[in-house]
Design a protein around this ligand. Sequence first.
Ligand SMILES: Nc1ncnc2c1ncn2[C@@H]1O[C@H](COP(=O)(O)OP(=O)(O)OP(=O)(O)O)[C@@H](O)[C@H]1O
Length: 258
Amino acid sequence: MNILEVKNLSFSYNKAKIIDDVNFKVSKGELFGIIGPNGSGKSTLLKLLSNIIKGEDGDIFLLRKELSQYRRKDLARVLAVLPQSTEIGFEFSVKEIVEMGRHPYLENWQGISQADKKVIDKALKLTNTISLADKLINSISGGERQRVLLARALVQEAELLLLDEPTSALDINYQLEIFELLSRLTREGTTIVVVLHDLNLASQYCDRLLLLNQGKVNTIGIPDEVITLNNIKDVYGCDVEVDNSGRRPYVKLVTSNE
Ligand SMILES: Nc1ncnc2c1ncn2[C@@H]1O[C@H](COP(=O)(O)OP(=O)(O)OP(=O)(O)O)[C@@H](O)[C@H]1O
């Protein structure tokens, strides 16, 4: 079953085309990666999928319903977003920030229920942020904040998670932990679209990849079809080696010292 369907999507900033006739579908339970060079349009595409900005052409269907047809609260129950910027300007505690993810489920003036608390505790545990719960969001590290914001997205219990570089500030241990968690969530039925720069994480963990170049889909497919020597050279313009001896392709940089 398709959770997400993007048809002929285009978007411009000041007449400059940033997303150019993009088409793809994502099925239930897929871990779908969007990769591409700086400025290729990955975050813009994610903002279009999040309904933060609107395309000038094309359609986005979420669970077969056009994205713009959703009411805000209904959308927040099926779609959770982790934006790229992890700056939060207020002095909220970690716990309060994560609780905010439950707002789509609360009626007016109604507080957090025992059931909500369970969901929140589970998300804090999964993201290893329980020990941070009482700290102020502005007093923790960038990587810790990234995990807290992932916890906030998880408590929305949404069918589709849109994550913009969720591991960019994380050390390798947490990068693996978060991608193991994302894999597990997809096996349990959540669908995840993730923008990421690390081609090897993308290759190892994503079921399919969309390689974006100057707003256009360059290649879309399983990692073996996308992470190839020619594609990387064409799109990123650098020399790499691609090791195909393992389960998934592995990109090695070729440096001038070799
Ligand atoms: N608010 C904006 N106004 C005008 N141009 C913008 C705006 N936001 C992004 N752009 C431009 O759109 C293009 C795509 O930006 P986007 O952030 O989507 O790329 P990206 O692939 O996510 O890049 P990165 O890997 O560096 O995060 C860039 O050329 C950028 O300068």
